[in-house]
Ligand binder design. Structure first.
Ligand code: FES
Length: 360
């Protein structure tokens, strides 16, 4: 191989285009190619034009974000439109996707265009150095940062800087708008249950959730666990039915656990007074984060929530004896009507379910 075919070694200290021929080293660092100024480096009008293009991209991003918000509040969820070649699509989803995509793309494209046309493109070889920088290196980095900031035109090109800041500031609003999809606030809906319609003059019967039959105290065997829901009431003449449109919402608040405990095993007199003949009705909804409780240990009278193992002593006012639940299960006051059926004459004395509902 002749010497003129061999690569050249680069002396980094000499910057761009400094090449040193090394005849006996075929693996020598070929070095950096000579720096060629871009048009924007030598023509201020071209630089201005590039600046306007970058700013236009950032402004487009801002408009797209505003379009995202306008679409979110103005386009009905059910509106369907035909978009070629996608076919029939949700107008809201299409508009949100399009505007958010444009907003993010324009920020990215603006940043790339800025870097390629206006920021310094001088390549600097980075020498290996110890990981821990000494003071001199730190000072050098800070100086390089300042130089880079100055060369990027961030301080000098005010229009470009301001539009970039504007687009970056607006784009997070898209995420804020989506918080609305967390749904309407529950307001007072969680404060009461379907049992709230019960009064001494118009009691509501406790109905077995499996058989749909009203319950009597003698139906509840000691050691058994029965699930119940509200029977007929003024607003639901047929009682709560699975076919009801709001069944899931209603049962998530109204479901009861019915147990019978021998009077001598009851530790809490106040809880015993809320029952009838040792039959007690507790909310089935765990006070931790609202799982339905379904495990009952008849010897200890402990109810166990399967989600995070909160354990409630049903013989002691459903006191929490283990787990993350914050307070006892609410108990529904029950009695019997003239036909001997178990009835409620009032709602729970406190909101059922997770503690935060009560605090909200
Ligand atoms: S929901 Fe019951 S313990 Fe967490």
């Amino acid at each position: 191989m002749s010497d003129d075919k061999l690569p050249e070694a680069h002396d980094a200290s000499e910057g761009h285009g400094a090449h040193v021929a090394v005849a006996d080293d075929p693996f020598a660092d070929p070095g950096l190619p000579p720096h060629e100024p871009r048009r924007t480096d030598i023509d201020e009008r071209a630089a201005k034009r590039a600046e306007r293009q970058v700013s236009l991209l950032f402004v487009t991003s801002m408009l797209a974000t505003i379009g995202f918000i306008a679409s979110y509040v103005s386009i009905p969820k059910a509106k369907i439109v035909y978009i070629f070649p996608l076919g029939h699509v949700s107008a809201l989803n299409f508009a949100l996707g399009l505007t958010l995509g444009v907003a993010l793309f324009c920020i990215g494209a603006g940043a790339v265009h800025w870097a390629r046309t206006l920021m310094s493109d001088v390549e600097l070889p980075a020498e290996r150095h110890p990981i821990e920088a000494d003071d001199e290196v730190r000072a050098d980095v800070i100086q390089q940062f300042k130089t880079g900031a100055a060369e990027s035109g961030f301080g000098r090109r005010k229009m470009l800087r301001n539009t970039m800041i504007g687009s970056m500031a607006l784009v997070p609003l898209s995420g804020v708008m989506l918080l609305r999809d967390l749904g309407p606030l529950p307001e007072k809906k969680l404060d009461s249950t379907g049992w709230s319609e019960a009064t001494p003059a118009a009691p509501i019967r406790l109905v077995n959730m499996n058989t749909d039959e009203p319950l009597k105290p003698e139906d509840i065997a000691t050691g058994s666990l029965t699930f119940a829901m509200p029977g007929p009431s003024a607003s639901r003449p047929n009682g709560l039915q699975e076919s009801d449109e709001d069944f899931q919402q209603a049962i998530a608040k109204d479901a009861l656990m019915i147990i019978r405990i021998q009077p001598e095993d009851l530790k809490d007199a106040k809880s015993a007074a809320l029952g009838v003949e040792g039959v007690l009705a507790y909310s089935k909804i765990c006070t931790h984060v609202g799982c339905p409780i379904s495990l009952y240990e008849q010897q200890t009278h402990h109810a166990l929530c399967p989600c995070h193992q909160s354990t409630f002593d049903l013989s002691d006012g459903a006191r929490v004896i283990f787990g993350p639940a914050g307070h006892p299960l609410p108990q529904l006051k029950i009695t019997t009507d003239s036909d001997g059926y178990l009835v409620a004459t009032q709602d729970f004395a406190e909101p059922i379910g997770p503690s935060f509902w009560e605090r909200a």
